[in-house]
Design a protein around this ligand. Structure first.
Ligand SMILES: N[C@@H](CCC(=O)N[C@@H](CS)C(=O)NCC(=O)O)C(=O)O
Length: 221
């Protein structure tokens, strides 16, 4: 059976978790505590970068959430989460990358910087650009890439939900708001969404991981 190494608080793992549930794939969840499980030698053999998620399926080990989503789509094609049409498929990929490269990194500034700091203000401005871009890209479609749920919805919907936990809302981006509410009604999403208390714990884990990375960098210098 497919093994899924995860922690429910990790957004990268939640992308994969939601895909597994949407496709109704049977899997064995393996809970990783991020205060050290990921640094154990057995796990480092699976992922030398000590990250979750990882899957192992039929002895095939795979890391990197976006690669895992592609694998699941090809190996377990029903229901389809990637459109066939060239433009729609490219839109899905673009939205996944915008979420990963433009949206998610701004969370760090919102968590670690004070509201009047230049980094915080710049992050808020950048997020406005991202939300407007997503709103325009979505247009009148129900989902990114068409009328069916896609891997883009799973990636950006999962990432965006973290910003709602940081007190942001999408009132100024009406169709994005409707899309987000549509996603949150899906059983796979309700089952896996973080509560506010769990999000606060996730923030504490981020602080620890950041301290560890900084200590490591200082040690190398
Ligand atoms: N690019 C990787 C990133 C995965 C990642 O950053 N995972 C974090 C949790 S969200 C992690 O495992 N951190 C633990 C650590 O760095 O030791 C992916 O998309 O799978």
């Amino acid at each position: 059976m497919l093994k899924f190494y995860y922690n429910p608080r990790s957004p990268m793992a939640r992308r994969v978790w939601r895909t597994l549930l949407e496709k109704e794939i049977t899997f064995e969840p393996i809970l990783m505590k991020l205060d050290g499980d990921q640094l154990q030698p057995d796990y480092l053999e699976l992922n030398p970068f000590h990250h979750i998620p990882v899957i192992v399926d039929d002895n095939f080990r795979l890391l990197e959430s976006l690669a895992i989503l592609d694998y699941l789509e090809t190996k377990y094609p029903q229901p389809r989460l990637l459109p066939q049409n060239a433009e729609a498929l490219a839109t899905v990929r673009m939205v996944q990358m915008v979420s990963t490269n433009e949206l998610l990194p701004k969370m760090v500034a919102l968590i670690f910087e004070t509201e009047d700091s230049p980094k915080f203000i710049q992050a808020k401005q950048h997020l406005d650009t991202v939300f407007k871009f997503l709103m325009t890209t979505l247009g009148n479609n129900s989902f990114f890439g068409g009328e069916q749920l896609t891997l883009a919805d799973i990636v950006v919907g999962t990432d965006i939900s973290l910003f709602t936990k940081l007190g942001m809302n999408f009132r100024n981006y009406p169709n994005l708001n409707d899309w987000f509410e549509r996603l949150m009604q899906r059983p796979a999403w309700q089952k896996t969404e973080l509560s506010q208390a769990e999000f606060e714990q996730f923030k504490r884990v981020l602080v620890k991981l950041r301290q560890r990375e900084m200590a490591r960098a200082n040690h190398v210098q």
